[in-house]
Write a new protein. Structure first.
Length: 318
């Protein structure tokens, strides 16, 4: 017994007129080329980004080739998809990123997806390009990269690190410089508040803990402290850290504190050298004062003896 025939699905093909309107109003660039490489569709977003109207894009057969900043782009796309062989197969989308020439003489950077399709609803449209203008994104990324490079140079020059402490989970983030300031390899140990206190010099530990506790409990919103930290080679180096509360819970307890840490060992050595120099100056001053006092006393003694001799001579002549 023959099986019942399945009902035919209704055609979902969109009329060319409707499709043309949809393409025209899409919020992304969408344009197509025919077999000769001439533009057959050019929507409003293409016009907005490039400055070329649909009429200008379709008027010249070589427009598409001149559109791309690199003259070899379009031929490479067409040849890469077997354009010359007039392949009737529909091929998956590929990606391209590069520059196009805009009507005002500038260039815009696009991210395009393109596809060869011979059975599309719009007759004569075989290569379809869908794209986004990413010029501003690239410029923003370039500016951000420049800022990051400058910040990195400043951080390296200042020997400065960044830290971020989540007091709820006790997770601490250390930048690379935080480890390097103590001579440690990056991630050589797991950062934590307890590890910080452990590496802090015993004489500075209470000072550091008290300053942090005041901020955590809400007494202050930021703290700054100078302290010594144990280095990998077993010695100690002077650091300065400043932290600021960025988040608190409803009870006012700090849940997140971020801050910076600076190497101040050179400044501390300079202060010690200055202190030693001032002490030396004070010693020399005292020595000079003692020498001056002794010299004064000797001069007074000499004067007294001379005056006594003069009086004796005067008495003889009388």
């Amino acid at each position: 017994m023959p099986s019942p025939s399945k009902p035919k699905k209704p055609s979902r093909k969109v009329p060319p007129e409707t499709l043309s309107v949809t393409i025209r109003d899409l919020p992304v660039m969408l344009f197509s080329l025919n077999e000769e490489g001439a533009v057959t569709s050019w929507n409003r977003e293409c016009e907005r980004i490039s400055g070329f109207s649909p009429e200008a894009a379709r008027a010249h057969p070589g427009f598409a080739k001149r559109l791309f900043a690199d003259a070899d782009t379009l031929p490479a796309v067409l040849e890469g998809w077997g354009w010359q062989t007039r392949s009737q197969e529909t091929v998956a989308y590929r990606q391209w990123e590069g520059e196009i020439n805009a009507a005002n003489g500038t260039r815009r950077h696009l991210a395009l997806h393109y596809r060869i399709r011979h059975d599309f609803a719009l007759p004569g449209s075989h290569v379809w390009f869908i794209g986004l203008d990413i010029t501003e994104n690239l410029m923003a990324r370039s500016v951000q990269r420049t800022h990051e490079e400058r910040l990195d140079l400043v951080v390296k020059a200042a020997k400065m690190g960044f830290w971020d402490w989540n007091n709820l989970s006790n997770e601490v983030y250390y930048s690379r410089e935080c480890f390097e300031l103590g001579g440690y390899e990056v991630q050589e140990f797991r950062p934590s508040y307890e590890k910080w206190l452990e590496l802090t010099h015993p004489q500075d530990r209470n000072l550091v803990a008290n300053r942090v506790t005041e901020c955590v409990n809400g007494t202050c919103s930021e703290f700054a402290v100078e302290f010594r930290i144990r280095t990998k080679n077993g010695g100690y180096t002077w650091l300065f850290t400043q932290g600021s509360v960025s988040e608190r819970n409803p009870t006012g307890r700090a849940t997140r504190i971020v801050g910076i840490v600076l190497d101040i060992s050179a400044r501390k050595r300079a202060e010690q050298d200055l202190k030693a120099a001032l002490a030396k100056v004070e010693e020399l001053k005292q020595a000079l004062e003692e020498e001056n006092l002794q010299l004064k006393q000797e001069l007074q003694g000499t004067t007294s003896r001379e005056e006594g001799g003069i009086l004796a001579v005067s008495a003889t002549y009388k």
